[in-house]
Design a protein around this ligand. Structure first.
Ligand SMILES: Nc1ncnc2c1ncn2[C@@H]1O[C@H](COP(=O)(O)OP(=O)(O)OP(=O)(O)O)[C@@H](O)[C@H]1O
Length: 388
């Protein structure tokens, strides 16, 4: 399984330009996380800081106890071998065919024999749907194929942490959808810790277990997908719903007067959307193993559920309920301290698999029929400072 990446108080400037400050978060082991943010907010700089290619002036990035900011190059290089990185453009060598491009890290960093290299390269190319394209040059294939070749190359050293920098850039929506599914399937197969940098809200809504958002030189929020997708934090809500109304402007932050004028104006037709509907996360393709990461995340969400506003609690329980309905043999785990999952309602035949039970938050609406899940006990209210 992948390893946890702990980021503490990370601050980076280039000369006088502060990129972000005091970024603190943990990428949970084996889960898929996404870092969002408008253009220029320093997402790529963050990603490069995790592997020690960019040195923040303050803070730590801890992986297996090694600080990627301040450790010796020798120790950092050791940890770097745990990473697989998919660059924006695939970063392929134009003069090498796909086989040689994918084989490159194996030839550089291992002493494997040729037949082993061949086996590994063909296996990874098969995984990303490029079997048969080994002889092609990067200039002869589509952008989507180049991305997948870049992903195959990122996989050959069996990474425990995979970083993807804007995997969707330059792809049409259909190819982006295929790539999103590929990332989920990959996570199901190898259980690696993954961080995807993107501003594609479709990927953000359907792929990750966790989401983070950079804005105005700060990490606005980081937490499980359900928490951000129901968040009323203005920047997060504006970004995830792709709205014009909110603190994010066309070229820069809006000033206070513009924000006040917006607040006073009626909603435009296209802004009248439902804020509390959580889109379904992609499931692994048929034949793939179930994602263990999703179960771990659900457990975390349940443990923090009572700290969230009632509407968010209700939407989250509905969403977990829908997931459980599709996986009757993998009931949502009961949160720590909460009563154990309840037996199904009397209408469920005795031989049916026992399903968890949803109870709506106080004041909430009745949940839809189906498997039910009990939320943890505790007062409803907004989280202190947002999840991290
Ligand atoms: N090596 C560098 N030296 C100086 N400034 C840099 C360097 N790398 C990045 N920057 C600056 O850091 C800021 C953040 O850049 P970054 O590429 O991380 O943003 P981003 O959020 O990934 O943007 P996008 O979504 O458009 O790719 C930019 O203003 C960029 O010019």
């Amino acid at each position: 399984m992948g390893v946890e990446v702990v980021v503490e108080g990370l601050t980076k400037s280039f000369g006088q330009q502060r990129i972000w400050q005091d970024v603190t978060l943990t990428l949970p082991a084996g889960e898929v996380s996404v870092m969002l943010g408008p253009s220029g907010t320093g997402k790529t700089v963050f990603l490069k800081s995790l592997i020690g290619l960019i040195k923040p002036e303050r803070g730590r990035v801890l992986i297996n106890g090694v600080d990627m900011v301040s450790s010796s190059e020798r120790r950092i290089n050791e940890i770097r071998k745990m990473f697989g990185i998919m660059f924006q453009d695939g970063a392929l060598f134009g003069s090498l065919n796909l086989f040689e491009n994918v084989a490159f890290p194996l030839r550089e960093h291992t002493r494997k024999k040729e037949h082993e290299i061949r086996r590994i390269v063909l296996e990874k190319m098969e995984m990303v749907g490029l079997a048969g394209a080994e002889g092609k040059l990067p200039g002869e294939i589509s952008g989507g194929m180049r991305k997948r070749a870049g992903l195959a190359r990122a996989l050959v050293l069996d990474p425990e942490i995979i970083l993807c920098d804007e995997p969707d850039s330059g792809l049409d929506p259909v190819r982006t959808a295929y790539l999103s599914q590929l990332l989920i399937d990959l996570n199901a197969q190898i259980d690696a810790t993954m961080l995807i940098v993107t501003h594609n809200i479709d990927i953000a809504a359907k792929v990750p277990d966790n989401m983070g958002m950079l804005f105005r030189r700060n990490l606005v929020m980081f937490g499980p997908r359900e928490v951000l997708l129901t968040s009323e934090e203005p920047v997060v809500a504006q970004f995830l719903h792709g709205r014009r109304r909110g603190p994010i402007g066309m070229s820069e932050e809006k000033d206070a007067a513009t924000l006040a004028a917006e607040a006073a104006a009626p909603l435009a037709d296209d802004e009248d959307d439902e804020p509390f509907k959580i889109p379904r996360q992609l499931r692994p393709s048929p034949g793939m193993p179930p994602r263990r990461a999703a179960a771990r995340r659900r457990e975390r969400v349940l443990a923090m559920l009572h700290t969230l506003p009632p509407q968010a609690q209700h939407a989250i329980l509905e969403s977990l309920n829908a997931e459980a309905a599709h996986q009757p043999h993998q009931p949502v785990p009961a949160p720590a301290g909460a009563p154990a999952a309840q037996p199904a309602q009397p209408s469920v035949p005795p031989q049916a698999p026992q399903a968890p039970q949803i109870v709506p938050p106080p004041g909430g609406h009745a949940p839809p029929p189906g498997p039910r899940l009990l939320p943890p006990e505790g007062p409803a209210g907004p989280p202190a400072g947002g999840p991290r």
